[in-house]
Design a protein around this ligand. Structure first.
Ligand SMILES: Cc1ncc(COP(=O)(O)O)c(C=O)c1O
Length: 308
């Protein structure tokens, strides 16, 4: 089975010209791979490579994961499956989607990449332990990766987002969904660095889960900008378009756009120590733009004006 390689030097750090009392930089993890982008690559890295090392006949290999209908992680795993000729199953939240004649761009591409989709009700989806057990019993040779790819093995992979080029930054910033990414940044950051996580999901159990995943006391969680998970308001869209026009860098509407909008407003409010170097991680997610724009067009609202 094919493995993921270390794409050394594929995520350059770029300075952003912003009118604030800090030096702001972005690390382009979105560039590590065209379709397994950003933190997804690193969360999958050891999960996939250790599975590849297990002595299982290739024809029996199967990777199963879980996610919503627009999930970047589902998209990334499906793409890996196509690349490595490994069977994949995506267990998707929302039974109502089962009888759709047209899927959204995320699910259409996943199907094109050979992923088999199993739609489950929101209630079934909530009981993750039961679902994992069910799938592991049905497919004993399968690798089962949790929603968002966040497990202890994924957290180890996030360590690759840090290196000699990230040491000079006082603050390391990333968007938070299931928490694996900031848990990894927190665990592997230098002792003089502070990690700021920008939560896009309102979930009171999240801080404890992030600690369980290995985060240390150097982590502070903030709410990202915007109206909540998967909700895109016109201000988010305006910000993303203006950011792209000014810096030439595309952001996604669910994670990085909302992180960056909040980060810049915190900088304006003097949250970061004056003159300090701040590094934001671009964790990818650009595949979500097509689906977001379909939705915005239906509602006759402003759209993200670039296509990836
Ligand atoms: C683009 C993007 N940024 C940030 C995150 C948040 O990562 P995590 O779920 O590890 O908190 C995700 C989810 O994987 C994502 O797709």
């Amino acid at each position: 089975m094919k493995k993921l390689s270390l794409p050394v030097g594929a995520a350059p750090i770029v300075q952003l010209d912003i009118p604030a009392d800090i030096e702001l930089y972005i690390k382009r993890e979105d560039l590590v791979h065209p379709s397994i982008s950003g933190n997804k690559y690193w969360k999958l890295f050891h999960n996939i490579n250790r599975y590849a090392d297990r002595s299982i006949p290739d024809e029996e290999r199967l990777i199963i994961t879980f996610g919503g209908a627009f999930s970047n992680h589902i998209s990334a795993l499906a793409s890996f499956g196509a690349m490595a000729s490994v069977k994949t199953i995506g267990v998707i939240r929302g039974e109502e989607l089962k009888n759709s004649s047209v899927y959204n761009p995320t699910l259409s591409v996943a199907i094109d990449n050979g992923m088999e989709l199993h739609f489950v009700s929101r209630e079934e989806y909530r009981d993750k332990e039961a679902l994992y057990r069910e799938y592991q019993t049905r497919f004993p040779a399968a690798l089962i990766i949790p929603e968002g790819g966040s497990n202890a093995t994924a957290v180890e992979g996030i360590g690759y987002m840090l290196g000699p080029d990230t040491k000079e930054f006082k603050y390391l910033c990333a968007a938070v969904g299931t928490g694996g990414t900031v848990a990894g940044l927190s665990r592997f950051a230098g002792d003089d660095q502070k990690v700021i996580g920008f939560g896009v999901v309102k979930d009171s159990a999240l801080p404890a889960r992030i600690r369980e995943l290995g985060a240390r006391d150097n982590l502070e969680l903030k709410d990202a900008a915007g109206a909540g998970y998967g909700k895109i308001n016109d201000e988010d869209v305006r910000f993303i378009n203006a950011f792209h026009q000014r810096h030439g860098i595309p952001l996604d509407p669910v994670y990085t756009g909302k992180m960056m909008r909040k980060l810049i407003s915190l900088a304006d409010d003097g949250f970061f120590a004056k003159g300090s170097k701040v590094l934001a991680f671009h964790t990818g997610g650009l595949q979500g733009i097509a689906g977001a724009n379909d939705f915005l067009r239906q509602k006759q609202r402003p759209i993200i004006n670039y296509q990836i």
